[in-house]
Write a protein of this length. Structure first.
Length: 87
């Protein structure tokens, strides 16, 4: 007799929501897509804002764009992993 396997239901994440949160909140919004990525980018954003803003202000939008791209990729990977587990 096979023991009953628990069924865990996990919802897919929304790429649109991840992108909107990241556009508005930067690294904090990235936390929705990936916690580790959010923490890393929060630290990078703080470093750029505190130490390089006056020397290289062009880095601020670049870091923000990287956050947005990372959010989309992280959500797509998360959703792909979920769909592979179901199959």
């Amino acid at each position: 007799m096979d023991p009953q396997r628990p069924i865990v239901v996990v919802n897919q994440k929304s790429v649109g929501l991840a992108l909107i949160l990241t556009i508005i909140f930067g690294g904090l919004g990235l936390l929705y897509a990936t916690v580790l990525g959010g923490i890393i980018m929060i630290c990078v954003e703080l470093f750029v804002l505190l130490f390089t803003f006056f020397l290289a202000p062009f880095l601020v939008p670049i870091v923000h764009i990287v956050c947005c791209i990372w959010a989309v990729i992280a959500v797509q990977r998360h959703n792909k992993k979920l769909s592979n587990q179901v199959s």
